[in-house]
Design a protein. Sequence first.
Length: 385
Amino acid sequence: MNKTFKLYGLIFIIVMAVLALLELSKSDVTDWRKNFDVNEKSPFGLYIFSKEANHLLNDKVKRTDLSPYDFYKTQKLKPHNILIIESKLDSESWNKIFENVEKGSDVMVISDFFHQSISDSLGFSLSTISYEDFNLLLLTDNKFAADSLKLDKLPSGKGFELISKDHEILGKEESDSKMANFIKVNHGKGHLYLHSEPLILTNYYLLKPGNEKYVQDVFSYLPDRETVWFSGDNKNVAESRSPLRFILANPGLRYAWWLLLAGLLLFIIFNAKRKQRIVPIIEPKKNKSVEFVKSIGNLYLQEGDFHDMMAKKAQYFLNRVRMDLLIDTKDLDEKFIHLLHLKTGKSVEKIKEATELIKKGQDPYASVMQSDLIKMNKLLDEILL
């Protein structure tokens, strides 16, 4: 084997090793793209909504990947609900939807895009009329006055303008009373409910406490009946950003790549084993934590400073109450005793007695005996046992 071949082989091994390290050490980057994919757990995916859709719509959801045009060519349903989320439908699909709405079906469309021909036929226009860093979405019905949803991350600011007087405004944006983002359009025997902000259904906003109430209010306008969800048009497949995406995307090349890395690893292991020096035995350091605690305990016992020991025990106990039980310990009053009783299940009398001893330990002028320390230590250990 000549020197040139050895040099090329060494360079090849180094390059493969560097690529492998780059692949294994790359960190996950949060994908903030608005993909609206029912299978995506990224902030702006619909994974959580997809899991909760059945519960939200009373277990009467029928999902389909077909377009409305293909679906209704073979399906003849009685009046039902139609759900469309951020899907760009063709005109033939819209015609099928309008036919069903005229017969008594209701459709909920949640999208920041409506083709101009559709918006013209329904009597509205959609445009960006809010440039705030955040939007607070409200509903106009008084019974939903307490429910709102704040869009603080990449709001589209889309809203309906030039709305026909025959349409009903169901939701607005707080900072702009003229900005309607949720409207009701009557069409034949049925209705179209149009919402211009699909972000309300994404994982990022549904995970925030209270936002689910706003979403429930929006869907409460749909009657309690079967809902057909056309979920097949809003899937975006994210392209891998890895420099090895071509190799990893092909099964044959992917297996060859991992086989190469495994062979390289075995070569390194066996080669290193042959040349490895004797590793000296290093005794592990002994854990002397128990001895340290005993020494500190003996020191306090010899000093006889029971008051300081009670104060430290009380401080440790209150810190555990704050961190583990999430109870405010600023005021050791009846409210504190009641909350501690509810969360620990211990008797109120025992907690009151322990609280009095804690206050005694915190009082620098109180007279403390050894029996007080022993009694408080026993009570506090029983409460948090």
